[in-house]
Write a protein that binds this ligand. Structure first.
Ligand code: NAI
Length: 794
């Protein structure tokens, strides 16, 4: 007689199909399956009259026809968003919160329709859209209804950015709508959304939801189309911010296209995230983790755990277990509630996966797929495992964006970290060990914006998501995500009187108090040439040139070294060698900052003779500010809905290149280097070009303040040229540039090479005003937030 256990083994799965009828009805009701754009609260036909088809990838059947957006359509949407912006931004916080709350409620009300529509359009299993995508969409709007309510109290002094263009990919079509739109609206911006061409339907359904929720016309607009439509949106002059999720390739194009445009930018790009298994891990949990890491959404996930790194002792056992599990995975109709994997989004993506798998085989890795065959009527691809992969192989380096896992082995935790960090990306990582000490030691060493311990692919609105290096910059979700849609309120109203100083920096902004105030300096001064300061030592410039610095009255003030590309390289090397600074305690960094302040105060009169008393006093106070912050910039514990904790750790960006403003030669310099080193970065600072002497002289203060060699490096010379070299340098992790519009553009363009973070500013800033010259804004730019998810419990 058959036992229950035997039945479990032998029984065939029966299909459990979800009906597609309500979703197809919804499509049909909309002009018989033809969709225009949603602009200014109305459905409008595309100006050029062009439509394209959107396909069900599981059947290859046409689902609907969707408008191809042209320049005229984008113009109309931007005009509507612009017109709606002042009223929307001016609403009381509570009113915006009510709208976001209404959106959350409407999403819940239409949850099933949205889940089915998403599965039809994208090919992902209904189990995922129903249980993950759509609930997370609702959660995002709820969470941000909260931020909308708290905006004025939690972000005092901040204002919305204005009109925001958002471009999203096809892998999580509606979830990306939520990640983008909820914080933008909560902060008080208006939006033009461009969904991916393969998956526009849920965004269009959401436009209907916005209509039902009574969102004022123009606050939220949807223009559909392909990359050409996205390009027009990116280049539009009346858009103040672009938020993009998609490929690194297009991210780089957008970085270049927005360079120098004064648009705020966030990029969430690709990844090749490691999934690290230590030999003491619970291997059965690991197997389920791998299923979630790489076969969730057919592997079309930016943070997919696509590189399995296994400690040697358990590698064979894990491979066997994985193969057994893969044999039992089910690929089939996305609307069948019993399938694990659905269809690949489009033929082009299927071809890309096939091509990369072929390449993997050609390059000598061992490929394994289950014995069963995929359905043939749609775009399906089986779960695939590669072993014997060399770390330099194409499949170990390139984002495949499909259900393909590549496996490698390591011996020691150190080797695991090296392998894990051996890609240009830095998005996510998952690590598995029963030893919490090991896990918490390794997590901070991983170059990733999010680390999951004994878990994977956990997301929540309360926890910021995003990466660094070629995975982009900026965070979505949480408090840090809100800042991406806000700007300091004073930036819209630059204070009067400051403009003069920066418009004509070469005139020297009262840098010199005049012969009378300088007292002894009325006498001819002893000629002095300031060298560079690299690796804790004075260094002669590579080319041996120096430049004369002349006061407004023509007096020679001294000479400073003329730094060049080679000097920058040496400084970057020194800054990297000093990276232990980032692992030192906040207490130690605070003490050193206090010590710098003390030594500057002692030398106060001498510096005051160069830059005036006010700047020196403010510089001392600023050093105190960041000494105060150094042991208080501690991060947060987020309330995510897991049994465990999510730690948001503020980590240093790494090696920062800083071009200081031309005015405020001492205070501008100190105001930038102090927050950077307080957080644990090491820096290469290029001081004011016309007035570099105070900063050049500053090394004598550093030398007496116990600053470890290489933490602060100072390179004088042609500021814009040096800033560009820093922006081009692959081993510089971020660049801050305070100067002119042409310099901003050059830095932003050059930064696209390795997609480093930039903070650029061509406006004037009153560095004496603490609201403009110090505080959290600076600390945020000096930090990467790493979210570490730690579930607990037996
Ligand atoms: P993509 O980056 O080309 O598309 C993403 C979005 O950007 C779409 O809405 C597209 O219309 C738009 N776009 C394309 N070119 C643009 C331009 N020049 N200016 C403005 N917007 C533009 O991604 P695609 O072609 O769909 O997929 C290609 C590869 O990208 C995939 O194989 C995968 O490796 C990667 N990818 C990564 C994603 C991620 O979340 N990290 C998401 C989607 C794709």
């Amino acid at each position: 007689m058959a036992t229950v256990a035997k039945l479990f083994e032998t029984m065939e799965y029966g299909p459990a199909p979800e009906s597609d009828v309500p979703a197809l009805e919804w499509i049909k009701q909309h002009d018989n399956g033809r969709f225009g754009h949603f602009i200014n609260g109305r459905w409008v036909a595309p100006t050029a009259g062009q439509y394209f088809e959107t396909i069900n990838p599981a059947t290859k059947g046409v689902l609907a026809r969707v408008a191809q957006g042209s320049k005229a359509d984008i113009d109309a949407a931007v005009a509507a968003a612009n017109a709606a912006a002042p009223t929307w931004a001016g609403l009381p916080a509570h009113a915006r919160a009510r709208y976001l709350y209404a959106l959350a409620r409407e999403v819940q009300r239409h949850a099933r329709l949205l889940a089915v529509l998403e599965s039809l359009d994208n090919g992902k299993p209904i189990r995922e859209t129903r249980d993950l995508d759509i609930p997370l969409v609702a959660r995002h709007f709820y969470h941000h209804a909260g931020w909308a309510q708290l905006r004025d109290t939690e972000f005092p002094g901040y204002a919305p950015v204005g009109v925001v263009g958002q471009i999203i990919p096809w892998n999580f079509p509606l979830l990306m709508v939520a990640w983008k739109v909820a914080p933008a609206l909560a902060a008080g911006n208006t939006v033009i959304l461009k969904p991916a061409e393969f998956t526009p339907l849920t965004a269009l359904c959401f436009a209907g939801i916005a209509e039902e929720a009574g969102l004022p016309p123009g606050v939220f607009n949807v223009v559909t189309g392909d990359g050409a439509t996205g390009k027009v949106l990116v280049e539009h002059l009346d858009v103040q911010k672009i938020a993009f999720t998609g490929s690194t390739e297009v991210g780089r194009i957008i970085r270049k296209a927005t360079a120098g445009s004064d648009k705020k930018l966030t990029l969430e790009l690709g990844g090749k995230s490691p999934f690290i298994v230590f030999e003491d891990a619970d291997l059965d949990s690991v197997v389920e983790g791998v299923v979630d890491a790489i076969w969730f959404n057919q592997g079309q996930v930016c943070c997919a755990g696509s590189r399995l790194l296994v400690q040697e002792g358990v590698a064979d056992r894990l491979t066997q277990k994985l193969r057994a599990r893969m044999e039992k995975l089910r690929v089939g109709s996305p609307l069948d509630k019993a399938v694990d994997m659905g269809a690949i989004v489009a033929p082009v993506q299927l071809e890309r996966i096939r091509g990369l798998v072929e390449k993997g085989v050609e390059e000598g890795a061992k490929m394994w797929q289950p014995s069963w065959a995929c359905p043939t009527e749609g775009y399906f691809y089986p779960p695939t495992l590669f072993t014997d992969v060399s770390p330099a192989a194409t499949i170990a380096q390139v984002e495949i964006f499909g259900p393909v896992l590549v496996s490698m082995t390591f011996r020691t935790p150190k080797e695991a970290v090296e392998l894990a960090n051996n890609t240009p990306y830095g998005l996510a990582a998952s690590l598995w060990s029963e030893n919490i000490n090991l896990a918490l030691d390794v997590a901070p060493k991983l170059k990733a914006g999010v680390v999951w311990i004994n878990s994977t692919n956990l997301f929540d609105a309360a926890s910021g998501f995003g990466g660094y290096r070629e995975s982009g910059f900026g965070r979505e979700g949480g408090r840090e995500g809100m800042y991406e849609y806000l700007k300091p309120g004073w930036e819209s109203h630059p204070p009067r009187g400051i403009a003069l100083a920066s418009a004509a920096p070469e005139q020297g902004r009262s840098a010199d108090p005049g012969p009378a105030a300088r007292g002894a300096q009325v006498l001819p001064s002893i000629d002095r040439t300031y060298k560079l300061f690299i690796g804790g030592k004075q260094a002669r410039p590579d080319q041996g040139y120096s430049r004369k610095i002349v006061a407004p009255d023509g007096r020679a003030l001294g000479e400073v070294a003329e730094g060049n590309r080679k000097d920058v390289r040496n400084a970057v090397e020194a800054a990297h060698a000093a990276e232990g600074w980032g692992r030192s305690t906040g207490h130690l960094r605070a003490q050193i900052l206090y010590f710098i302040a003390e030594n500057l105060a002692t030398r106060g009169p001498e510096f005051a003779a160069r830059v005036g008393q006010a700047e020196v006093e403010a510089s001392v106070s600023r050093l105190f500010t960041y000494a105060a912050w150094a042991d208080k910039w501690g991060g947060a514990v987020h309330q995510t809905p897991i049994r465990g904790v999510t730690l948001a750790m503020n980590e240093p960006v790494g090696v920062l290149g800083i071009a200081a403003p031309d005015d405020f030669p001492l205070l501008g310099f100190v105001s930038l280097l102090a927050p950077a080193i307080a957080v644990g970065n090491t820096v290469i600072v290029v001081p004011s070009e016309p007035n570099p002497i105070a900063a050049a002289e500053f090394y004598t203060v550093l030398e007496t303040s116990d600053v470890p060699a290489g933490v602060i490096n100072v390179i004088t010379g042609a500021k814009d040229a040096l800033a560009k070299v820093l922006a081009e340098h692959d081993d510089v992790d971020g660049v801050w540039y305070f100067g002119n519009a042409a310099g901003v553009k050059a830095v932003e363009l050059a930064s696209a090479a390795n997609m480093k973070r930039t903070w650029t500013f061509a406006q004037t800033r009153d560095w004496l005003d603490p609201r403009q010259g110090e505080g959290r804004e600076f600390l945020r730019h000096a930090s990467e937030v790493k979210n570490i998810w730690i579930p607990y419990g037996e």
